[in-house]
Design a protein around this ligand. Structure first.
Ligand code: NAD
Ligand code: LMR
Length: 325
């Protein structure tokens, strides 16, 4: 019997990540080459027309797996029966905006979307938040969806993970496929910690193949500040690479992987405070993320994991203070 289509909702569908993402979803790259999909495009009213234009282009591709498209400005419609929600649309920081203003503006988006997911999504709903500040936006949405298992809310650090693979591969002059067990810890921000003490290249620990000064002064800041470097170079934030990472995250979540990085609700593992949505080394088994356990954390890593977790705790305290969770 033919499989019934999986409903995928993309918010911010008329934005630049949306444009890089939707065609790949419709072609089967998000879930698998044999899984039909139904797309729901959520936008703010002023951008619905642009999203309709993208929907026309999706039609014009005649994707065999695409069984339908809806475009709406109503979250209750967009998330009705949704199986996978990609929360991309967010309020960007503009000149003169304080962090509290940014969190407040995003609370106004992710709170109602979390509630709409709670009230209307399918029982197997999986949520990936891409819109920044992604980890805390995911927490806000999660806190408005008490009936959805908390672990279904995740945030994207896969782009950071892929950036780390690529930087290390270039340094060691190896294909990215030779690198195993890469890990990003913490927040999708400049405090994130890309960890080479567990990454392996050809069976050797990556940190032992590079000098400490490169690891500390070049590798970590290059990965952590890559988003800002892209903005500086393109005049706009990363889009196709962000869409690519979202595809990787959901594909692995659904289809399984032995090791990658994803921001998921902390259960207190590795001393990361429970409840914050923080990046960990994860496997996906039977459709669920699991934190990889038993890694030894040296003093160098400890300091950096703690610093990023502290930043996430501060963001959580700020959104609590603002009454957003
Ligand atoms: P963009 O400005 O091109 O598009 C954002 C879209 O979201 C716009 O079309 C806007 O109308 C829409 N939108 C705003 N509020 C909405 C709402 N309440 N409901 C539905 N849609 C809404 O931005 P972009 O380049 O596509 O980036 C989107 C977000 O992703 C930004 O927050 C960016 O910082 C973030 N980002 C995250 C990562 C990551 O690795 N986690 C990487 C790159 C970008
Ligand atoms: C990225 O990592 O490319 C983005 O999160 C940067 C940004 O601030 O949008």
């Amino acid at each position: 019997m033919a499989q019934s289509p999986v409903k995928v909702t993309v918010t911010g569908a008329a934005g630049q990540i949306g444009y890089a993402l939707l065609f790949r979803i419709a072609s089967g790259q998000l879930l698998g080459a044999d899984v039909p999909v139904k797309l729901s495009l959520l936008e703010i009213p002023q951008a619905v027309k642009a999203a309709e234009g993208t929907a026309m282009e999706l039609d014009d591709c005649a994707f065999p797996l695409l069984s339908g498209i809806e475009v709406t400005a109503d979250p209750n419609v967009a998330f009705d029966g949704t199986n996978v929600a990609l929360l991309v649309g967010a309020r960007p920081r503009t000149a003169g905006m304080e962090r509290g203003d940014l969190l407040q503006a995003n609370g106004g988006i992710f709170g109602p979307q979390g509630k709409a997911i709670n009230d209307h999504a399918a029982d197997d709903i999986r949520v990936l938040v891409v819109g920044n500040p992604a980890n805390t936006n995911s927490l806000i949405a999660q806190q408005h969806a008490p009936d959805v298992p908390a672990e279904r809310f995740t945030a994207m650090t896969r782009l950071d993970h892929n950036r780390a693979l690529s930087q290390l591969a270039a340094k060691l002059q190896v294909p990215v496929t030779e690198i195993k067990k890469m890990t990003i810890w913490g927040n999708h921000s400049a405090t994130q910690y890309p960890d080479l003490f567990h990454a392996e290249v050809g069976g050797k620990i990556a940190a032992e193949l590079v000098d400490e000064a490169w690891l500390r002064d070049t590798f970590i800041p290059t990965v952590a500040k890559r988003g800002a470097a892209i903005i500086e170079a393109r005049g706009a934030s990363s889009a196709a690479s962000a869409a690519n990472a979202a595809i990787d995250h959901v594909f692995d979540w659904v289809n399984g992987t032995e090791w990658t990085s994803a921001a998921i609700p902390s259960d207190g593992s590795y001393g990361v405070p429970e409840g914050i949505i923080s990046s960990f080394p994860v496997a996906s088994r039977n459709g669920k993320w699991e934190i990889i356990q038993g890694l030894e954390i040296n003093a160098f890593s400890r300091e950096r994991i703690d610093a990023s977790a502290r930043e996430l705790e501060e963001e959580r305290a700020a959104v609590r203070e603002l009454g957003l969770i």
